[in-house]
Design a protein around this ligand. Structure first.
Ligand code: AMP
Ligand code: GLY
Length: 436
């Protein structure tokens, strides 16, 4: 078999995926649309709008793609998988209908409720006055809440509120000021959960489920989980604090159960599914479901994958996942995200990035918001710029190596968290401690 593959996306996740796809003996040629400064080492970047089904189909036909792999959520929500499969092009990723689990928080809540999966209590609002009243009631009762835009908002539509003023501002931003466009015309107000978070990725072809190791994203921008949420400032795998019995409970009672619920709802799910969970004092509760590889989780998972990623994706797209091995290394991995000064607020781009060539040969630098200029100079081009990923026998060892290598990379304004992986082997805090 010799496959011509189009990978959609252009972040750190896609660099990590391209790196593994390029190692496959099954690969004939890889195209990445639109890709970034890192993906071009493994294939040809093509300039396309990944969330435009017509444009993607045109490119896929032009290159005679045998397989299209979708990285980000926007193409899934836009129906790219539906369009490609209707045209006879095998595609890795769920249809728009199956992806509703991610693009509608309301649908996800309904499905979880019907399947008996634990999650935060919530209510949806289309009226800002009613939303404000509800938020005031929550804080008056001594509770806290989280305000979420109902649709996709690039990970930025969620505000974890410490005060009623935070909640009122978040409602104003989404419903009145239109910060998240149409995604914010409806908001969901949730009970605020407390606990440590983990992501439980799995491959599925709709019948077979192959669970990946657990991984942990670090959302808040500053050390000790301070400051606003970001797209993810770092990641480690595996969480030593996660009890194996609870891990199994999550795999069967959450991931497999939601897949059964989607199937019972008449939708076929194929691709990646992963619940983001919080380990609360009352047990694991779902924060959200994603229907694609996490970013930066993928940057920590791909170095641990022992099997052929392309064989897995191709088998998944053809309903043959049961026939291919999916094996993982025992090594731990830690990824530290280096971000532009000011991120997740306003930031400047165009700063020269130096030192990437000085990292150890077995350490990966996955590019996210980074592009080469016409002279070939690597420059910042986004908020999250790159992710430095190291392996080791323990998360502590991997973390020490990741930070040793981070120190060799420079760009003006660079900032990063210094505590990625620090809690990996610390026992879960009790309910009184405020960890989010
Ligand atoms: P989401 O986009 O729904 O995954 O939310 C982004 C982040 O916000 C999560 O990873 C959590 O850190 C935080 N978050 C979301 N919902 C809640 C909740 N109900 N309680 C506490 N934190 C939450
Ligand atoms: N790591 C969170 C996400 O990919 O949405």
């Amino acid at each position: 078999m010799s496959l011509r593959v189009l990978l959609l996306g252009g972040g750190g996740r896609e660099h990590a995926l391209a790196w593994r796809l390029a190692q496959s003996p099954l690969l004939d040629k890889l195209w990445i649309g639109p890709g970034n400064a890192g993906t071009s080492d493994y294939g040809e970047n093509v300039s396309l709008r990944a969330a435009d089904p017509d444009e993607v189909l045109r490119h896929a036909e032009q290159i005679k793609a045998d397989l299209v792999i979708v990285g980000p959520e926007d193409p899934l929500a836009a129906g790219v998988v539906d369009r490609l499969t209707a045209a006879g092009i095998p595609t890795f990723g769920p249809t728009r209908a199956a992806h509703e689990l991610e693009w509608s928080k309301t649908y996800a809540k309904q499905l979880m409720q019907s399947a008996g999966i634990a999650t935060a209590g919530s209510r949806g609002f289309e009226d800002a006055w009613e939303a404000r009243d509800f938020a005031r009631t929550i804080f008056a009762g001594g509770f806290e809440c989280v305000v979420k835009a109902d649709g996709l908002a690039a990970g930025k539509g969620v505000t974890v509120c410490d005060t009623v003023e935070d909640a009122l501002q978040a409602i104003e931003n989404a419903m009145v000021n239109g910060h998240f466009g149409a995604a914010g015309s409806r908001v969901v107000i949730e009970e605020r959960m407390r606990g440590r978070e983990t992501s439980a990725h799995a491959f599925t072809d709709g019948v077979t489920v192959r669970h990946m190791p657990f991984s942990c994203d670090h959302k808040p921008v500053f050390d000790s989980d301070q400051g606003p949420n970001t797209g993810g400032m770092g990641v480690y795998s595996p969480p030593g604090w996660l009890d194996p019995a609870i891990a199994n409970e999550i795999r069967t009672g959450v991931t497999e159960r939601i897949l059964q619920a989607i199937a019972a709802d008449g939708r076929t799910f194929q691709g990646i599914i992963y619940p983001g969970l919080m380990l609360t004092a009352d047990g694991p509760k779902v924060v959200e479901f994603n229907c694609r590889f996490g970013d930066p989780e993928t940057e920590a998972l791909m170095p641990r994958l022992r099997s052929d990623l392309l064989a897995i994706c191709d088998a998944t797209a053809h309903g043959r996942l049961a026939e291919v091995p999916v094996e993982w290394s025992e090594d731990a991995t830690v990824g530290v995200m280096m971000a532009s000064g000011g991120y997740p607020g306003d930031y400047e781009t165009g700063a020269e990035i130096t030192g990437v060539g000085d990292v150890d040969s077995d350490v990966q630098v996955f590019m996210a918001g980074a592009q080469r200029d016409e002279a070939g100079v690597l420059r910042t081009a986004g908020g999250r710029v790159l992710c430095v990923v190291a392996s080791g026998p323990t998360v502590e060892a991997a973390s020490a190596r990741a930070y040793d290598n981070v120190l060799r990379i420079h760009f003006d304004g660079a900032h990063y968290r210094t505590d990625i992986g620090a809690t990996a082997n610390q026992p879960l805090p009790n309910q009184q401690e405020t960890v989010r």
